[in-house]
Design a protein around this ligand. Structure first.
Ligand code: BGC
Length: 789
């Protein structure tokens, strides 16, 4: 049954039947995962789901079992919109079976810096790739009737200070980079858009009229619902005035009171309330509401395997050392080989239907091996494991070393791209001893690889879901031909990542130059370039052609020949470079791609269509995309660092002037771009940071961290530390995630999301005490009411 067959909601009638209080109540959630449905109306059930359905009743991570697919960060390595569509559709089917109507996915934020703790949930550093895959994912989910809620809108690129960090971005960069993926996927008409936690250019995204009205509604004609990230709302009245329809989760009456105050002082009107209510009703009307059927868990398990095969990337393979053969004597080393890690931490974490360690996977494929744990953070234990590893390696034809950085988690940025030193030391020791080493990088995101030149092969298996370990073994042993291509650059080290990351106010000085565009611009070598990935086949590129279809659209074709007997997949990437450079431009940018299958010993033609969008830039004066008149280079490559052929084309554009930029942008090394240079790019002074609140000024929108100098906050923080210690060892990613959630979340959101551990009365009491009203605070804290109603 589709929703089309069900009785439609008469929105007009309902709006006139519902009283004002009821409509205001509808603008905040009911519990953690439902909207509030007045009267007989059905509720919309929401659930996280980027790489699997997280069906849970509260805010805990203990969810019902579901299929765990590769994280979106790995899935992007497939460069395959059809596969991503299928994953979206599978998630949609699982969602309907579990009674979920709105999936809180995908996340399409740009990977601005490899240290961002949530990069594993995001597709790419490139907006075209992120937007194209995001669109496919949404189309897949929504093909089942379930709604998709794309997130986090916008410029949400770090986890430190995640609820209030301020991203300062110039307008062109915003339009061409950070908003671009969202704009591209608007074609899929996502049911909802989730605003981000952070501020953008001084304004909380939940209260940004620029984002929620100007960009979404006026420029992109978006008609769906805008939803807050969980606990992102500080001032519900201000957020409604800015265009935020639904606050999530239930703010226990705080949002309602704020709406009432805003209505009373004229900041919002009843028609603002009606408009938001109507959109929420439309959402209710548009998504499936009844759980139906079951899903075929075997078929979905197979899909998760296929997706893992497509997502894994073979980074290096000297003289065809891989694939290994079953008759080789193999030593497997590394604690990561005995680990069930397959996904990241935080809201995307699911309870997988099954889990397999790499050792289990080797057993399942009947491969014999010897195993040693290889390394340990404990020095003494590490010395013993190192010696054991060296002796295991002696008799081996190949040594497979599983390594990896700590599992990433929402709420915590990575502290470095280094692997734990004992892991590097093990690999260096093995290659120093002349062993043939295959490194499997079983964690997600770029790492520094000081030993990269000396090992035979490197396989990036990342966090690839419940079949990731099996898929990696199948690549190592040649059961499948690897085909993944990196959706992000692997830098050599952190030296050029810059300091503008992780603070509470972040200047995006590098502007358009993110990822490969940055390394191109500063002429710096990378460890592995964006788009890179090997297979066991040798594919030759013939000459390219660009057939003009009209003024600025082209069919770009290239002949591909698979010289080996093995069938292969090749991802042809098309980049464009603006030769006339009337405006600041990256040296090249991705504008199209296609993944093609080529049977062994055959040839095929790959065609990529480019349209006007491939050449445009955001014209800040005219407030629209414009086309520069001039000469462009169209390039075809196997990666951003491996351009196979190129040709020049002339395009007649509407923009014939020239815009000057500060000299620093000729070689935009972040640390060389001064405040004055960046201000020139912004077109105004760099906004100054708001001074921190003092005693007497705190509200429920403040965090314990804001109040850390007050005694009551000190006590609450040390209580949180005690609890965190009970959850995970001090210093671990889990410990840090817990502490971030407890101390860097506004108190109104803590009350809404702590499953009753902190009531609204307690939160209000803390604020009063921090403001110096001790007895009033105590009274509130002791009040029995656990919410505001
Ligand atoms: C995350 C969102 C997620 C929401 C609900 C937030 O902390 O930022 O991505 O959808 O929680 O779990």
């Amino acid at each position: 049954m589709t929703q089309m067959d069900a009785e439609r909601i008469d929105i007009k009638k309902l709006l006139s039947d519902l009283d004002l209080e009821e409509k205001m109540r509808m603008l905040s959630g009911d519990g953690m995962w439902h909207n509030y449905a007045a009267g007989e109306l059905p509720e919309v059930r929401m659930s996280d789901g980027p790489n699997g359905i997280r069906m849970t009743e509260d805010s805990s991570l203990a969810a019902l079992p579901s299929v765990c697919y590769p994280t979106l960060g790995m899935l992007a390595n497939s460069w395959d919109p059809a596969l991503v569509y299928n994953i979206g559709a599978a998630l949609g089917r699982e969602a309907t079976a579990m009674g979920v109507n709105l999936l809180l996915a995908p996340g399409v934020n740009i990977k601005r810096n490899p240290l961002c703790g949530r990069n594993f949930e995001y597709f790419s550093e490139d907006p075209y790739l992120a937007g194209t895959l995001g669109k496919a994912y949404i189309q897949g989910v929504q093909s089942t009737g379930v709604g998709a809620c794309v997130k986090h809108f916008a410029a949400n690129n770090q986890e430190s200070h995640r609820m209030y960090s301020d991203s300062i971005v110039d307008e062109r960069t915003l339009r061409e980079l950070y908003l671009k993926p969202f704009e591209l996927l608007m074609e899929a008409e996502p049911a909802a858009v989730m605003c981000a936690y952070n501020k953008l250019n001084g304004e909380q995204c939940a209260e940004s009229e620029f984002l929620l009205k100007k960009v979404l509604r006026d420029d992109w004609h978006y008609r769906g619902v805008t939803v807050s990230d969980w606990g992102a709302v500080r001032d519900r009245g201000a957020s409604l005035a800015a265009g935020l329809d639904l606050e999530m989760p239930d703010s226990l009456g705080i949002g309602y009171d704020s709406l009432a105050a805003a209505l009373a002082d004229g900041r919002i009107t009843e028609s603002d309330i009606d408009a938001a209510t109507a959109r929420i009703l439309e959402l209710t009307d548009n998504v499936y509401l009844e759980p139906y059927g079951d899903y075929d868990s075997d078929a979905h398990d197979k899909l998760s395997y296929a997706a893992a095969v497509d997502s894994i990337v073979l980074l290096k393979n000297d003289s065809g050392f891989l694939p290994l053969t079953k008759d080789m004597r193999v030593a497997v080393l590394g604690e990561k080989a005995a680990s069930e890690e397959m996904q990241g931490g935080g809201s995307s974490h699911v309870t997988p239907l099954k889990s397999l360690t790499p050792l289990d996977a080797l057993d399942e494929r009947a491969i014999s091996y010897t195993y040693g744990k290889g390394y340990s953070p404990d020095k003494k234990e590490n010395a013993r494991l190192y010696d054991e590893a060296m002796s295991l390696a002696v008799d081996a034809d190949a040594v497979i070393v599983y390594v990896g950085a700590p599992t990433p988690s929402e709420g915590v940025d990575r502290s470095s791209i280094d692997l734990p030193p004992e892991q590097d030391a093990l690999i260096s020791g093995l290659v120093g001893g002349g062993h043939r080493v295959v490194v499997v990088l079983a964690s997600q995101g770029p790492v520094r690889m000081p030993w990269a030149k000396r090992v035979r092969s490197i396989l990036y298996s990342g966090l690839c879901g419940q079949n990731g370990a099996l898929a990696a073994v199948d690549v190592l042993y040649g059961r499948v031909n690897p085909r993944g291509r990196l959706a992000e650059t692997f830098p050599v080290d952190e030296s050029e990542l810059g300091s503008d990351f992780g603070g509470s106010r972040v200047l995006y000085r590098e502007s358009l130059f993110v990822g490969y565009k940055y390394y191109d611009a500063i002429k710096r070598r990378t460890l592995f370039p964006f788009g890179h990935g090997l297979s066991f086949s040798e594919v030759d590129y013939g000459a390219m052609h660009a057939k003009r279809l009209d003024g600025s659209s082209f069919d770009v074709t290239v002949q591909l020949t698979n010289n080996s007997v093995r069938d292969a997949y090749e991802t042809v990437q098309v980049y464009v470079s603006d030769r006339t450079s009337r405006v600041l431009r990256p040296e090249k940018q991705l504008v199209g791609f296609i993944k093609v299958f080529i049977e062994g010993k055959t040839s095929t033609t790959a065609t990529v269509r480019l349209d006007r969008r491939a050449f445009e830039f955001w014209n800040t004066q005219k407030q629209c995309f414009s086309l520069c008149d001039g000469e462009y280079k169209i390039m075809v490559g196997a990666s951003s660092g491996d351009i196979k052929s190129e040709m020049s084309v002339k395009i007649t554009g509407d923009f014939t002037e020239r815009i000057e930029y500060p000299d620093a942008y000729k070689m935009p090394i972040r640390s060389n771009i001064t405040d004055a240079d960046f201000a020139a790019l912004l077109g105004h002074d760099i906004p100054t940071e708001q001074p921190p609140q003092k005693k007497g000024e705190f509200t429920l929108g403040n965090t314990l961290d804001d109040m850390r100098h007050c005694l009551v906050a000190k006590i609450a923080i040390s209580a949180a530390k005690k609890q965190a210690k009970a959850v995970a060892p001090i210093g671990s990613v889990e410990y840090q995630a817990f502490m971030t959630a407890a101390t860097q979340t506004p108190l109104c959101a803590v009350a809404a999301m702590s499953n009753g551990a902190v009531s609204v009365g307690m939160a209000k009491g803390i604020v009063e005490m921090a403001n110096g009203h001790f007895f009033k605070g105590i009274k509130l804290m002791l009040s029995k009411s656990d919410n505001n109603r």
